[in-house]
Design a protein around this ligand. Structure first.
Ligand code: UDP
Ligand code: MG
Length: 324
């Protein structure tokens, strides 16, 4: 019998966790040709999430939990879940029931049709603030234009994947993870299932606007070097313009003599170039920051407790210590 692991990243989800388990296991219990296992990842919650996980694990053998030493973010939680998964297929879904468990049979059907992956895509964004929808739209448009990987708009992190695809995702062991990009980057055949957005009824969203903005910016710079090319291109055009302007000024001076007033031109040029230089350094800095974070090679998460008996090797292994 094939096994499906359900990875659930949880951060302060004490209000929903039990309902989530009940609703989801109602769906999974209708399958008798698959066995299911829940892999709850407690992302350093500050509430009773871990207590509820332990209780569920005591009551149900198929419930496993992994608990982080602090909040590492949803990306790290998803990575940890995938890392410790061993099923033939892995489902990733949110704990807040915004990812309807009722879609699981359709996802499994997709896999049985021969797809490597079957993922959900929202057809409506009701219940979401207008500003957030607007920024999200702008992000996808910008990102898809700049990168080779095409991320379908409104795709959510609710999906089932084959073992091969999960292993490919794990092979991308970057510390600063952007799963929406990684899912698209590894390729494989994906079937999309549309669904109506479900509002969160219990608990609250863990994403502030600022957190999302940083996430989006990190997403673009970790998958595309177009901003760097843009800076080079801009530099080139400014250089061309400067050459023409110098030539014109020289000729003008030679013919008509020195024309002293030029206060506005000078000020504009200094401010304009100063702005461009700042912008370029900023863009460059984003990439340097990525290099810096990756070069440190820190583990993506730190585990504090788990009821998984078979531990894997920790994700980051340092082969040798430097001679001091
Ligand atoms: N989450 C997490 N770590 C975080 C933030 C969120 O594991 O730092 C989990 C959260 O518990 C939920 C899922 O990620 O299961 C999605 O979060 P949320 O519902 O807050 O995001 P939204 O649906 O508003 O995008
Ligand atoms: Mg949610």
């Amino acid at each position: 019998m094939k096994r499906i692991d359900i990875v659930v990243p949880c951060y302060n989800e004490q209000e929903v966790l039990e309902t989530f388990y009940n609703e989801t296991s109602k769906v999974t219990s209708t399958f008798d040709h698959y066995s299911f296992r829940f892999l709850f990842v407690d992302d350093g919650s500050r509430d009773q999430t871990i207590v509820i996980m332990k209780q569920l694990a005591r009551e149900h053998d198929e419930v496993k939990y992994l608990s982080f030493s602090r909040n590492f973010g949803k990306e790290a939680a998803m990575y940890a879940g995938l890392f410790y998964s061993s099923g033939d297929y892995v489902i990733i879904m949110d704990a807040d029931l915004q990812h309807p468990p009722a879609m699981i049979p359709a996802m499994i059907a997709g896999i049985e049709e021969g797809y490597d992956c079957c993922a959900a895509r929202r057809v409506s964004r009701e219940g979401e603030s207008r500003l957030r929808s607007l920024f999200s739209q702008a992000f996808y448009r910008l990102s898809n234009r700049m990168t080779d990987v095409q991320m379908p708009q409104n795709a959510v992190d609710f999906r089932i994947m084959s073992r091969d695809m999960v292993d490919s995702i794990l092979a991308l062991a970057e510390v600063e993870r952007f799963s929406k990009g990684i899912f698209a980057w590894v390729g494989f055949e994906t079937k999309w299932l549309p669904y109506e957005n479900v509002e969160r009824t219990l608990g609250t969203t863990k994403w502030s606007f600022w957190k999302l903005f940083k996430y989006a910016l990190g997403g673009i710079t970790s998958f595309s070097i177009t901003p760097l090319r843009f800076v080079s291109g801009m530099g080139f055009f400014i250089f061309l313009f400067a050459c023409l302007y110098i030539a014109a000024t020289l000729i003008q001076t030679l013919i008509f003599g020195v024309d002293v007033p030029g206060y506005v031109t000078t000020l504009c040029a200094v401010l304009f170039l100063g702005g461009i230089v700042e912008l370029s350094i900023g863009i460059l800095g984003e990439y340097v920051a990525h290099i810096y974070m990756e070069a440190k090679d820190r583990p993506i998460f730190i585990l504090r407790q788990t009821n998984l008996t078979k531990h894997k090797e920790e994700p980051t292994q340092h082969d040798s210590e430097p001679d001091v």
